[in-house]
Design a protein around this ligand. Structure first.
Ligand code: ADP
Ligand code: MG
Length: 420
């Protein structure tokens, strides 16, 4: 270790209490500390926040962190404050602050106390704030959830498109982009929109070797099939994703009637019921949550043993995120998707009301899901290839953890599909 490395290990311990970096964190931090534009692609839970928080804490000036969700920003600011004795070490700048609060934020930044300033992209466009930020030393700008800049991402936010223009007005400051979206198209968009093709890029592997991937043809017996599956995993925690609220309700009911402890979760339930059902799942008062995609953001239950998709997801990106909630602890995680072409047509019909550009993207993403469902090759290889990652389906980690590898289709079946 050179002195620089010893230094950042010491700072890691001092601020976060960790004795080791996770994955590529150390390389990323070294890149940021050398004032380079840096692009970080790591799966959810990979430890992206620390990649910019640590360099922000040890450098002069204030780091601006752009993040799309006010609730997440508040959490992060509270977490940083708990590491320090100074409240002013981190602040959020947004429209909900009073004049007095804004004055305090500005004072703390000007005095050099504030190391991290979290801003929503729409606040950053305010002229008043830009003018202020031009007058103070900025260490770098971190753009969290950078996929929001791309229409090919799962959460496009037009305000993100303005970021580069605003950052330019702040002078020569390094930009750090971070995302858990690994598709090459989204990555290209991010680099292009932030005008940082020169960025040092760090991409972690998206392989989850402990997850088993399986696709079953959806038939009218799906409900008894799901019940059988859950009974084979008795007492284990699992999530069942459905497309509609109505389906969520009816599946939850069918499971309950069949003696499986299950609760529904969707945006149509009031906040209190949602919170209650989520807690029941986390506290293991129930085994199964039947949910729309409204469920899962920020859910950190380590021992989810299965994720079932009653209906196919709208993209492989969503599929990866949703199945990624299984087996966080490294233990078993069974990812089962039911597939029927009728569902594809249903999803296409949903999209037909949208603007043409959006539709085209939606169809293209959906076609990838169809290809995944119909493939006879290693599903893990297929998924990782979609994320721009090569996977050796013979020797790679978790290579035999899918239905296609364990029970290869006969040559005739496979050829049949190739012709299609
Ligand atoms: P991401 O933003 O990539 O989804 P987070 O930044 O939220 O991930 O971090 C996920 C978890 O990993 C957090 O609980 C964080 O405290 C933990 N973590 C991050 N870095 C380390 C480390 N070096 N050692 C141990 N835990 C870490
Ligand atoms: Mg994050």
């Amino acid at each position: 270790m050179n002195s620089n490395e010893i230094e950042i290990h010491k700072e890691l311990k001092k601020y976060f209490g960790f004795s080791q970096f996770k994955g590529l964190q150390e390389q990323v931090i070294t890149s940021i500390l050398s004032q380079k534009n840096t692009f970080v692609i790591m799966p959810t839970g990979g430890g992206k926040s620390l990649c910019y928080q640590l360099p922000a804490l040890i450098q002069d000036g204030t780091a601006i962190v752009v993040s799309p969700l006010i609730a997440l920003m508040k959490n992060q600011v509270d977490a940083i404050r708990s590491l320090s004795s100074e409240n002013g070490i981190a602040h959020v700048l947004n429209s909900s602050l009073t004049k007095t609060e804004i004055a305090q934020v500005k004072k703390d930044i000007t005095s050099g106390l504030t190391k991290l300033l979290y801003v929503a992209p729409e606040s950053l466009t305010k002229e008043e704030y830009v003018a202020f930020l031009q007058s103070v030393p900025i260490s770098f700008v971190a753009i969290d959830e950078a996929h929001c800049i791309s229409e090919w991402g799962h959460d496009f936010r037009p305000e993100y498109r303005n970021l580069k223009n605003i950052i330019k007005q702040l002078g020569q400051v390094p930009i750090i982009g971070l995302t858990a979206t690994a598709t090459p198209k989204v990555q290209e968009d991010i680099l292009k929109n932030l005008d940082m093709s020169d960025a040092n890029t760090f991409k972690a592997s998206f392989n989850r070797p402990n997850l088993y991937y399986e696709v079953r043809t959806k038939t009218k017996n799906i409900e008894s099939d799901i019940i059988r599956f859950i009974k084979q995993h008795k007492g284990k925690s699992g999530i069942i994703y459905c497309l509609s609220r109505k389906k969520v309700e009816s599946i939850a009911e069918v499971l309950q009637v069949n003696g499986i402890s299950a609760v529904p979760y969707h945006a149509g339930l009031d906040a209190k019921t949602r919170a209650k059902h989520q807690d029941m799942f986390l506290m293991e008062d129930v085994d199964v949550v039947v949910a729309t995609i409204a469920f899962g953001m920020g859910i950190d239950k380590p021992d989810v043993r299965f994720v079932i998709h009653h209906d196919i997801p709208k993209s492989l990106e969503s599929y990866y995120q949703e199945t990624g909630r299984a087996g966080r602890d490294g233990g078993e995680g069974h990812c089962l998707a039911y597939y029927s072409y009728k569902d594809v047509e249903k999803l296409e019909k949903f999209m037909s009301g949208k603007p043409v550009a959006e539709q085209e993207i939606g169809f293209a993403l959906l076609q990838e899901v169809v290809a995944y469902a119909e493939t006879s090759m290693s599903r893990r290889k297929f998924l990782l290839h979609y994320f721009g990652e090569e996977f050796d389906s013979e020797t790679g980690e978790g290579a035999d953890m899918d239905d296609n590898v364990r029970n290869p289709k006969t040559k005739v079946e496979a050829k049949d599909q190739a012709v299609k």
